[in-house]
Design a binder for this molecule. Structure first.
Ligand code: IPE
Ligand code: IPE
Ligand code: MG
Length: 245
């Protein structure tokens, strides 16, 4: 039992398409239903006092999908930002985005910048949205920036003249944020799908069969409770419990 509220929860929101298929609906309907879940889970995180929530919304690999589906996902993102930003701002949510944002359509990029700017002083919850995100690219980007700094002779080193994990982390998109304590994936898939490969090294993993549109506040609380029951050892041995004390 660690009994702690996770400081950072990351979620792979998966299963929108299958949710729609199982109801005889187009995949777009699943994505639309998924937006409602986002709203509910953001609210639940803020209420629970989870300080950071990272949501995987669109991967680099998702560009492989049919053009129409990509277009719908972009529209929904724009809709979410324009409709929800005021409410999020009032609730104390600070928005951040990670990924290769510059490849997104310019009008969406503009909305993203506005959302980041208008919520930058909020303190209750950091809502970090991964868009056009790929973890291997993130690591390669970090390596390139490190090489560039070294070339200019400006690279900071650890005490033994090597690059430490802390230094390396500062070159990732998540710079300044602690690693996720808990990773939730919906729809039962048992893979990381190129999400936060470095940062998830010691995250507790919780996978539910429920599709993202069916995932509720109660399911979210269940995941957090399960996390609180886990014992995190980080390679150490189980602490000895002294009975009668
Ligand atoms: C998650 O649902 C949303 C995104 C990846 C953007 P999917 O669209 O992957 O749904 P399934 O996995 O096909 O059911
Ligand atoms: C991962 O889901 C990406 C997001 C949730 C945005 P996918 O549905 O794209 O992952 P795979 O293809 O099943 O691995
Ligand atoms: Mg999927």
């Amino acid at each position: 039992m660690n009994n702690k509220t996770p400081e950072h929860i990351a979620i792979i929101m998966d299963g929108n398409g299958r949710w729609a298929n199982s109801r005889g609906l187009p995949r777009a309907a699943g994505h639309r239903a998924g937006v409602k879940t986002v709203r509910e889970i953001v609210k639940a995180s803020a209420e629970l006092g989870v300080p950071i929530l990272t949501l995987y919304a669109f991967s680099q690999e998702n560009w492989k999908r049919p053009k129409e589906e990509v277009a719908i996902l972009m529209e929904l993102l724009e809709y979410f930002l324009s409709r929800e930003i005021e409410a999020l701002r009032k609730e104390g949510v600070r928005l951040k985005f990670i990924g290769h944002l510059e490849a997104l359509p310019p009008h969406i990029l503009n909305e993203l910048h506005k959302a980041v700017e208008s919520t930058k002083n909020n303190k209750k919850l950091i809502l970090n949205i991964a868009l056009n995100y790929g973890a291997r690219t993130e690591i390669l980007d970090a390596v390139e920036r490190i090489v560039e700094k070294a070339r200019r002779g400006e690279l900071e080193m650890g005490p033994d003249g090597r690059i430490t994990e802390e230094i390396f982390s500062n070159y990732l998109y998540t710079q300044g944020l602690p690693d996720p304590d808990l990773l939730i994936r919906t729809s039962g898939e048992m893979r990381l799908s190129n999400f936060l490969l470095w940062q998830l090294s010691y995250a507790e993993i919780y996978i539910t069969k429920k599709f993202w549109p069916d995932f509720t506040r109660d399911d979210f609380l269940r995941a957090v409770h399960e996390y609180q029951r886990r014992e995190r050892r980080f390679g150490d041995v189980q602490p000895v419990l002294v009975s009668g004390q």
